[in-house]
Design a protein around this ligand. Structure first.
Ligand code: NOJ
Length: 575
């Protein structure tokens, strides 16, 4: 199980209102107690923070807001001492506009080797004043920014002619995030070296940002649609038809990276590779259909790819079943384990998302003027969704604070919002700030224990104090204790690598019930006799349903006379 730490918002050791690496290191024992295997840390590199660090100015240094390289070394060393793996975020699709390469490109001439590391093109129209094609940025507006105007020359007779058309550069995200040109071998060499830099420092893997975007279709043809990525619904995700996403050429990049990572796999005494020490690659790839997404996790490419089907599914039994079964089908095609995720720093937290009307498309942020989620069913469903998810074989990803049932901040004032999508869309897209609020550790401390000064780069809603770690630790029935129990049982019963089948019989056949049986092998030396049989049952219908015979191991909410009420999930040890 991998826990996502969003470093700005997890723990702030120096009290400036922004979380930092020493803050993370100090809180690592909390993750051990929770039952986490690895943490993935969102970008902490030197950055002007135009997109909260996903705009990297120096891939080999830490931003002063977060600390220093020796803080990173200390974090990695402490995590390893505690038995935690560390996955860092790699952002290869674009750099910051403050990166030395981009600054050199701006200073150099059109056609120069400096410009060839990015996607500079002449504009359309007589003077090049129109963008080179019609691509739209994920963060709204044109995906092109003008780098310099046309060069006009006076012909001496009062007329001017165009000596050079205006040049533009491609930015699929913010204009402060110019896209690199991955057909340039220099770009490939640079990222191989960045991988080695962090591998040498001991990291256990990389989460690869926008893994489906690095290669663009030859000729950059018009496309006539917005390059939406974390689409508002499953239909919003893009297929190979889009010239900026999921081009076949990306796979060669990941094959090369895999070879680099494999060089770092330690060997056992007999000289064979030790899988326990394998360094891993995880793709953030919003790709449809699932057969295309599976290509990223072929045996010589990445180890895992985020699977957003479950996250995108509507709160209906048939949709959840379809998302789960489709996920297995996709990954079975290539023999890779699937992954599960319900929340991250880009989507509305699931405790709030699931409190919205069921048929509504997944929102991209919630603002004070939008219909507000219903907190009680939201949290009930969130706990049930997690209980179902953590029974599933594969790798589960949790987002900081979901173990407390933290909701989205749905009433942030516009003047504190930082998401470039909010600003570029003139507020049409509320954006992701509401999911990125500083963590709640202690109810009665300043900024709910995020630091000791009470400063916070985004304000916390009042409810965060009530949900703080110290209010839930050791409290029976709390969301935190539910997560701990689920994670302990998941490990003890070997569910992460269990075999899965639909559960038949009892009330499991009801159309409103999602039910599976898992056969798990606890521990590496276990035999068929040690196998555990666990049922996971989720009821979405209005009436309580019977659970299969056996011991109820855990339930996401109170049972009703031994029966499973609406929006509740349970695990049962089958006899
Ligand atoms: C995906 C990241 O998760 C998101 O936060 C970021 O804005 C974009 N990639 C661009 O890097």
């Amino acid at each position: 199980m991998i826990y996502q730490v969003y470093p700005r918002s997890w723990a702030d050791s120096d009290g400036d209102g922004i979380g930092d690496l020493p803050g993370i290191t100090a809180r690592l024992p909390y993750l051990v107690d929770l039952g986490v295997d690895a943490l993935w840390i969102s970008p902490f590199y030197r950055s002007p923070m135009a997109d909260a660090g996903y705009d990297v100015a120096d891939y080999r240094d830490i931003d002063p807001l977060f600390g220093t390289l020796s803080d990173a070394d200390a974090l990695i060393a402490r995590a390893h001492e505690l038995g935690l793996k560390v996955i860092v975020d790699l952002v290869p699709n674009h750099t910051s506009d403050q990166h030395a390469w981009f600054q050199a490109a701006l200073a150099a001439k059109p056609g120069s080797p400096e410009r060839a590391r990015y996607l500079f093109r002449d504009g359309r129209g007589p003077r090049g004043d129109e963008p080179p094609n019609d691509w739209q940025s994920v963060f709204w507006g044109s995906a092109w920014t003008k780098a310099e105007p046309a060069v006009l020359v006076d012909d001496g007779n009062g007329a001017t002619f165009v000596k050079r058309k205006a040049q533009w550069y491609l930015n699929l995200f913010d204009s402060a995030q110019p896209d690199l040109d991955w057909s340039n071998p220099e770009v490939r060499e640079e990222f191989d070296s960045v991988l080695r830099f962090w591998l040498d420092r001991g990291v256990d893997g990389f989460r690869v940002d926008v893994a489906h975007g690095l290669v663009k279709q030859e000729g950059l043809p018009d496309w006539n649609a917005r390059a939406e990525m974390a689409g508002s619904d499953a239909e919003g995700m893009h297929t190979g038809a889009a010239p900026m996403w999921d081009q076949d050429g990306v796979h060669e990049i990941y094959r090369a990276w895999r070879r680099t990572l494999d060089e770092y796999t330690p060997t056992r005494a007999d000289g064979s590779p030790d899988p326990a020490g394998e360094r891993i690659l995880v793709a953030e790839a919003w790709v449809e259909p699932i057969e295309r997404a599976a290509l990223y996790v072929r045996s010589d490419e990445m180890h895992q790819a985020f699977n957003f089907h479950y996250l995108n599914a509507h709160w209906r039994a048939e949709d959840l079943r379809a998302a789960i079964e489709q996920s297995f089908r996709g990954n079975d095609l290539v023999g890779a384990p699937t992954t599960w995720v319900l929340s991250n720093h880009d989507v509305v937290r699931h405790a709030s998302r699931l409190g919205l009307p069921v048929d509504q498309p997944r929102p991209q942020g919630i603002g004070a003027d939008d219909p507000q989620p219903d907190a009680e069913p939201g949290l009930r469903r969130a706990r049930a969704a997690t209980t179902l998810m953590l029974a599933m074989p594969g790798s589960a990803y949790l987002y900081q604070g979901e173990e407390l049932g933290l909701p989205e901040h749905t009433a942030l004032p516009d003047d504190v919002r930082q998401d470039p999508a909010f600003h570029r869309s003139n507020g049409k897209e509320t954006g992701r700030d509401g999911a990125r609020i500083p963590m709640a550790w202690e109810a009665d401390a300043p900024a709910a224990g995020f630091n000791t000064t009470g400063e916070a780069w985004l304000p916390q809603p009042e409810v965060y104090a009530e949900l703080a770690v110290d209010r839930q630790q050791g409290v029976e029935g709390s969301t935190l204790e539910l997560y701990k129990t689920l994670l302990r049982l998941r490990r003890d019963r070997g569910l992460g690598s269990a075999g899965l089948a639909r559960l038949e019989g009892v009330d499991a056949d009801s159309p409103d019930v999602v039910a599976y049986e898992l056969v798990g092998a606890p521990g590496s030396g276990s035999t068929a006799d040690d196998a555990t049989r666990t049922a996971v049952v989720l009821n979405l219908g209005p009436e309580p349903v019977a659970l299969p015979e056996g011991e109820v191991l855990v339930a996401s909410g109170p049972l009703d006379d031994g029966r499973l009420p609406t929006d509740t999930a349970a695990w049962v040890a089958l006899a």
